[in-house]
Design a protein around this ligand. Structure first.
Ligand code: CUA
Length: 183
C-alpha cells in the first residue's frame, strides 16, 4: 500500500522536475539582451564600491589617528619627559626611574640583545601600557601616570631562561607633594 504510494509520488515528482527542467531549457534558448542587465550590475557595483571606500576612509581616519605612531621628536612639542628604556637579558635599564603624577612621559623602548616585551603594570598587576622592545628599533609609548605609587615593568616576551626575572620597579610621586622622598 505505502510502497505503491511512494512509487506514484516518485513518478509524479520526477515528472514535475522534468517539466521544470524543460521550461528552463526552453527559456534559456531565447536570446535576451544582456546590455541592460550588465549596466544595472555595474551601477550597483559602482555604488557599493564608492560607499565602501567612503566607509573605509572615515573608519581609518577615526580609528588610526589616536595611535602613537609618531616620531620620537614629538615629545618636544607635547612637553613630555623622554625616558630611554633598554631591554637586556635579563633586566631593564631606564634613564629615569622616578616620575610624577600628571607628567606626560614618553618611553623610548629598545633592546640591546634579543626581543623583549615592555609591559608597564600598576600595583594591582593591571597592564597599563606595552610595546615590543626590539634590537635596532625604538618603539614609543606615551603614558601619563594618574596615581602615585610603585609600578613595575615586566618582560612580556619570552627571551630565554631569565625572562621571568626581568622586572623593574619604578616610583611615581605626587608632584611637589608630601610623598616626595618618603614613598
Ligand atoms: Cu625579556 Cu622576556
Amino acid at each position: 500500500m505505502y510502497q505503491q504510494l511512494a512509487w506514484i509520488l516518485t513518478v509524479v515528482l520526477v515528472f514535475a522536475l522534468a517539466v521544470v527542467f524543460l521550461t528552463i531549457a526552453r527559456k534559456t534558448a531565447r536570446r535576451v539582451d544582456y546590455q541592460p542587465i550588465q549596466e544595472k550590475g555595474y551601477r550597483i557595483r559602482k555604488y557599493w564600491f564608492i560607499s565602501l571606500v567612503s566607509v573605509m576612509v572615515i573608519a581609518t581616519f577615526f580609528s588610526l589617528r589616536d595611535l602613537p605612531y609618531h616620531d620620537a621628536t614629538a615629545a618636544a612639542a607635547t612637553g613630555a619627559k623622554v625616558v630611554n628604556v633598554e631591554g637586556y637579558q635579563f633586566y631593564w635599564k631606564l634613564s629615569q626611574e622616578e616620575f610624577y603624577v600628571g607628567e606626560p612621559v614618553q618611553f623610548n623602548v629598545t633592546s640591546m640583545d634579543v626581543n623583549h616585551g615592555f609591559g608597564l603594570y600598576d600595583e594591582n598587576m593591571q597592564l597599563l601600557a606595552q610595546t615590543q622592545a626590539m634590537p635596532g628599533y625604538t618603539n614609543v609609548v606615551d603614558f601619563t601616570f594618574t596615581k602615585p605609587g610603585k609600578y613595575q615593568i615586566l618582560c612580556l616576551e619570552y627571551c630565554s631562561v631569565g625572562h621571568h626575572v626581568m622586572v623593574k620597579e619604578i616610583v611615581v610621586k605626587e608632584k611637589g607633594g608630601a610623598s616626595d622622598g618618603q614613598n
